[in-house]
Design a protein around this ligand. Structure first.
Ligand code: SF4
Length: 226
């Protein structure tokens, strides 16, 4: 996705997600609006799990659900997550170190709600993999203090076989899995981790700073419900 992404690019992605039977697919202009949409999808008695998502932290959804006593680390009714990348033809691409998040997105919870900023939209699967290996995995490794080849100063991905490989499992959800409902809320702002190399430095720095702040909040919040 280029810096000059248009509303029609976003609409094209929404249309593609719908045609891949993600349901519903909603667009929110702001994080605040997105949070309202997400709360509207969660019944008050539902137990909600989460896949370590800074996007959901950024929306303020996680802390609110903790306050309401709805967050669980056990078997949830609804699973909240973001997506590492969303292709313009409506596929969700995600990478994990352990596979807990990517597997829950496919099977287990009856409903999955994916919240992603427009900065997560990429042109195609090649661009999604470039994004994950070039930006997402190195950032996650750096923040975890892991010395993977991509995370050391000046390093880059060499398809490592490190025991600390942060991108050990990658899934592509091409279409709604048979027994899982996946809803997508696309937000017209930069939410969570992701940018293209040619975006202005200020925009990339802001995304990174917000990501780091929300990782710290996320860790505290998860500790509070353990
Ligand atoms: S394969 Fe290794 S070096 Fe490449 S992005 Fe993943 S963790 Fe980093």
């Amino acid at each position: 996705m280029t810096e000059s992404m248009t509303q029609s690019d976003v609409q094209k992605t929404i249309k593609a997600l719908k045609s891949n039977r993600f349901d519903p697919v909603e667009y929110a202009a702001t994080a605040e609006e997105a949070a309202k949409i997400v709360f509207g999808m969660i019944p008050p008695d539902a137990k909600v799990g989460m896949g370590g998502s800074t996007s959901l932290m950024q929306l303020g959804v996680v802390e609110e659900l903790v306050k309401k006593g709805q967050m669980t680390l056990q078997k949830p009714d609804i699973y909240l997550t973001s997506s590492n990348a969303i292709t313009e033809n409506g596929k969700l691409v995600n990478t994990d170190m352990t596979g807990n998040r990517v597997s829950a997105m496919i099977f287990g919870p009856k409903q999955v709600i994916v919240v992603a900023g427009i900065n997560k939209i990429v042109k195609d699967l090649d661009a999604a993999f470039d994004r994950i290996k070039g930006i997402t995995a190195p950032a996650m490794a750096k923040i975890g203090g892991l010395k993977t080849p991509c995370a050391v100063e000046g390093g880059k991905c060499n398809d490592c076989n490190s025991s600390m490989r942060v991108c050990a499992v990658t899934t592509i959800i091409e279409s709604k899995p048979r027994v899982t409902q996946i809803s997508v809320v696309l937000v017209g702002e930069d939410i969570g981790l992701g940018w293209e190399a040619d975006w202005p430095d200020d925009r990339k720095k802001e995304i990174n700073a917000v990501f780091r702040k929300n990782i710290a909040r996320l860790r505290e919040t998860i500790q509070s419900i353990r």
